[in-house]
Design a protein around this ligand. Sequence first.
Ligand code: NAD
Length: 352
Amino acid sequence: MTAPFTASFHPARIIFGPGTLAQVADEIAGQGCARALVLSTPFQKADAEALAASLGAQAAGVFAEAAMHTPVDVTNHALEAYQAAGADCVVALGGGSTIGLGKALAYQTDCPQIVVATTYAGSEVTPILGQTENGLKTTIRDAKVLPEVVIYDAQLTLGLPVPMSVTSGLNAIAHSIEALYAQDRNPVTSMQAVEGTRALRDALPVIVADPLNEAARSEALYGSWLCGAVLGTVGMSLHHKLCHTLGGSFDTPHSETHAVLIPHTAAYNAEAAQDALSPAAELFGGEIGGGLWDFAKSLGAPLALKDLGLSESDLDRAAEIATQNPYWNPRPIEQDAIRALLQDAWAGNRPT
Ligand code: NAD
């Protein structure tokens, strides 16, 4: 029997396919806009400049200083550039860092955002903005922050380095694992979560062996769209709380932290959420925690928090912070059990 549910979905215009970068100009016009500020990180500046050149008069300029966790001072500089250039929309070309900057500008100006997503993190389809100021991270959920148009062009992901592809793909899978047992899940988000996980499970091994394989890159991007969509639609639990704790208080890198923790958090919830997780467990050999760990290992993903700059002496405090104001979770959050989970993840043990 289908359980009762209430579902709300976010509107989004999704343009998917190799070569769709060429549609940015039409999409700017489609939003009723004339001058886009093109955003990127310093690393993707050349791509942003090439896009701006192809847009001609529709480009108001390039701002290539996007940084991890959307620092407020970077947003303030970008806002000055946006106003000085007379821009009326933004085009964010990149992963979660660049998309975060576009969202922060949209939060302040309500400008339309066209996102060209080049990682698997999923931020492009969520109404969530995480910002940092003076070392403090705050999260905003607001309809203004949701990008209007998302372009998924797999050709732009061919150069995403393999280690980043792997950790970013596991980051996406983590959204879906938590969506499967979310309290506010519905049959559509569960289908999206399983299909997104399936697509990434199939694509990532091919990408590791053959990074320029366009079919696998497309499949991974398709999976990341579905995983991002559920992140934006239903609530997240223990896994995301632990990642926010480690990233926010101990500065561990974003996608790597997700990659290391997801087998352990899935194992923690495996029994309490057995029915909800069973379609995902089937994708990984029947055992969700150990199966995800074996999959991550086969891809060459990092397996241990000790390799991400976390000291063993940080684990007590991490367990304490992560268990304060916990998000809803299918299994009760017990500090001793979380401390044991962190110990295993720190050492790189296979979860049982
Ligand atoms: P990122 O955007 O920081 O990208 C990492 C690096 O890879 C950057 O230097 C980037 O320029 C480069 N890069 C990206 N795509 C590339 C490509 N195709 N080829 C070559 N290089 C490429 O990494 P991310 O993991 O996508 O994003 C992490 C950030 O996003 C974090 O700050 C996280 O909090 C945020 N995030 C937010 C949400 C949300 O819903 N608000 C969701 C997921 C992630």
